[in-house]
Design a protein. Sequence first.
Length: 133
Amino acid sequence: MVYLWGIQAPRPGQPFGTAATEAAGRICEGKRLHVAARRAGPEGRITGSVVAEETGSPGEDTTGKDTTGKGNAGKGSSGNQDVGRALIRLGLAWQDQRGPSSAQLRSLEQEARREEVGLWQQEAPTPPWAWRE
């Protein structure tokens, strides 16, 4: 199991928890995953960045260009997608305020808040580190 560096997604049972899990699955499905470990913790717990790499088929467009009009949440120019950045951009995660993060993650969260996407549709979403079932 890899914990995504710099983000916190809603917990199971928390509003948008299922949506975050399903979105991560869709982003990763059928893709080769590249993990850049940043930290290894107890019991083999790895925290790192995960990029879902387009494998491409002959004739398939893997440029990452948006042909749907829905935006390229977390996508690089090659069509590869950083899972953590994508979840934040979709409004399905917070940038982790309890540990190191990046200016890019903070900026993506601010944009999702302004656009009121995902969990930012709620008046006062509860971050996972404060969630109690």
